[in-house]
Design a protein around this ligand. Structure first.
Ligand SMILES: *[C@@H]1O[C@H](CO)[C@@H](O)[C@H](O)[C@H]1NC(C)=O
Length: 271
């Protein structure tokens, strides 16, 4: 009895003695095939569970990828940008700050998208794009917001420098209202740490979308509306002149040049 159990233990331990071999060979066909089948079942189960796990992870990954992704350009919150209480744009030298605000480029505001795309993406039907009747004309919200900031900034500068107000009061009111609605829409939840007075959130990291990627999206040749605002602060008389900037490799270049060859150019701001 004692010997048997010793033999068994030896086999278990992988002992290569004759006795062990005998014990093993005696029951190997029965026990071996049981083990083989158990292993196979376990293996199959393991593969199945792994497939489930991989599928679950990929669903989770897609969910994470689309979280916060913008609807049209597909921009993610990929940029970590520090917020500053004061920058060059709030410089005490009003003239200097004004010059800086002037360098903000709002030209990528105008894009053209097909009416089909608009229908499929919950966009209202826009006015037609001048150089392709199958496409509508759109102004990208972010650039319009910057345009509004520039107008408000200009109005304030005029006030501070004791200059007459050159912009329509109603345009400024519209701009403030537009920004109000956009702030509510964005519902930015970044908790800005309270620091000393007027410095709330200074140097706090914000999670942002990439403005450069938005420009890239707007400047894609399919969407680029050949647009230049020319003068941000004046209402145009002949708005079509703002669409006269197709580059030679633009697909609208020929239509545009043909139009102006036939009708000639007009002054954007004069009758
Ligand atoms: C303010 O900025 C303008 C433009 O950069 C500059 O010409 C001027 O000298 C500055 N004024 C002062 C007081 O520093």
């Amino acid at each position: 009895m004692e010997k048997d159990s010793k033999e068994y233990l030896l086999v278990q331990d992988g002992d290569e003695s004759d006795d062990g071999h005998i014990y093993q060979s005696r029951s190997s066909s029965n026990l071996g095939s049981k083990l083989k089948w158990t292993s196979l079942v376990l293996l199959a189960l393991s593969i199945l569970l792994n497939i489930c796990l991989v599928m679950k992870m990929s669903i989770l990954k897609t969910a994470l990828d689309t979280r916060g992704r913008s609807k049209y350009a597909g921009l993610e919150f990929s940029e970590r940008i520090l917020y500053h209480t004061e920058t060059e744009y709030s410089h005490k030298n009003e003239t200097y700050a004004e010059e800086l605000w002037e360098t903000i480029d709002t030209n990528p505001v105008a894009i053209t998208l097909s009416y089909e795309y608009a229908r499929e993406n919950d966009l209202l039907e826009p006015r037609p794009f001048p150089w392709d009747e199958s496409k509508g004309l759109f102004y990208i919200n972010g650039f319009h917001q910057l345009h509004c900031l520039k107008l408000i900034k200009r109005s304030l500068s005029e006030y501070r420098l004791d200059l007459p107000q050159t912009l329509e009061r109603q345009h400024i009111s519209h701009c403030l209202d537009a920004l109000r609605q956009n702030v509510l829409c964005a519902a930015d939840d970044t908790p800005m740490p309270t620091l000393h007075s007027h410095a709330t959130g200074d140097n706090q990291a914000m999670q942002c979308r990439s403005w450069d990627k938005l420009i890239e999206w707007a400047r894609d040749p399919e969407k680029d509306a050949c647009y230049r605002i020319v003068d941000e602060y004046k209402d145009p008389v002949h708005n079509l002149e703002r669409f006269a900037y197709c580059s030679e490799d633009s697909r609208y270049y020929e239509t545009m040049t043909n139009y102006f060859a036939k009708w000639g150019h007009k002054n954007l701001f004069d009758d």
